[in-house]
Design a protein. Structure first.
Length: 288
């Protein structure tokens, strides 16, 4: 996909948890599977696909003001076969790879228009395969930028966006209580600063995590701040998966509806900030 024309990157778009291959995950319509049949979308997946196209074709160009941007797929690109699930379009890794590659076509097209780069982060082994082998194979085919050791799907990404340092990883702690939804996010931000202090390295200005499928952001003012970086931020991305059988029984998630969308980390004219594009699936209809 090529490198930017110069070293300055002012826009980073992050999406995660597409879970391609699941009957509840993101899927391009009509993908040809190994047995010769084509993947059919359920009603919820048709909504996801419509939102996916709107996100890349409308929101991202508008939010980035037509400027160059890079993209991070922040883990759980495919579904794999977690916990013995039967809610799969196909358990064949080759089929899940086909679905992922065709589903990522709008991302590649959006990046090609602005000469942007793609980065892929490794997710949960239950989804991505042992040592994220499935995500590694797909990331290489997609032309993701490899890390210094040649991995196309990396465990983490440290990246300068404008004046700020951004750190992307997939995992973060979860909670079964909405009252404590921000606790692990705040703890993650503080842990980054403690580790930076112990090692004498620069702490990240924006910490990006995923895994929860729910957007939340914790932001605190920085005492030692630059002109354009006035806050330390930890943001968790929404996902691109419908409500799974696991989510229907788990405390906390069982009474909520899925959040769908992505985020933008942007160096604007005045400061480094984040924006979120979030849609919410509707709860089941009331019976009268």
């Amino acid at each position: 996909m090529g490198s930017p024309a110069n070293g300055q990157v002012n826009n980073l778009v992050v999406v995660s948890d597409t879970h391609c291959g699941s009957k509840l995950g993101l899927c391009a319509p009509g993908v040809l599977l190994d047995e010769g049949n084509r993947a059919e979308l359920n009603s919820g997946q048709k909504v996801l696909w419509r939102w996916w196209l709107a996100f890349w074709q409308d929101w991202v160009p508008h939010a980035t003001r037509g400027e160059r941007f890079d993209v991070v797929i922040n883990g759980d690109l495919v579904e794999g076969v977690p916990r013995g699930t039967v809610a799969l379009i196909s358990s064949n890794p080759a089929d899940q790879e086909r679905i992922a590659l065709e589903t990522m076509a709008p991302v590649k097209k959006a990046l090609e228009r602005v000469s942007g780069r793609l980065f892929v982060i490794r997710g949960t082994e239950a989804h991505a395969g042992m040592s994220a082998a499935d995500e590694e194979r797909i990331a290489r085919t997609l032309g993701a930028v490899p890390d210094e050791d040649g991995r196309y799907a990396r465990w983490s990404l440290w990246m300068m966006v404008g004046s700020g340092l951004v750190h992307c990883m997939h995992h973060i702690g979860t909670t079964s209580s909405s009252h404590h939804e921000a606790s692990a996010v705040d703890a993650e931000l503080k842990a980054e600063y403690v580790e930076a202090g112990r090692t004498g390295l620069r702490p990240p200005d924006v910490v990006v995590r995923s895994h929860r499928h729910r957007w939340i952001e914790v932001r605190v003012p920085k005492t030692c701040r630059s002109e354009h970086v006035t806050f330390a931020t930890c943001v968790v991305t929404p996902g691109w998966q419908l409500k799974t059988p696991f989510a229907w029984r788990a405390a906390g998630s069982r009474i909520t509806m899925p959040q769908i969308g992505g985020i933008l980390v942007r160096q604007g004219d005045n400061e480094l900030h984040t924006r979120a594009w979030i849609k919410s699936m509707q709860r089941p209809k009331t019976v009268v």
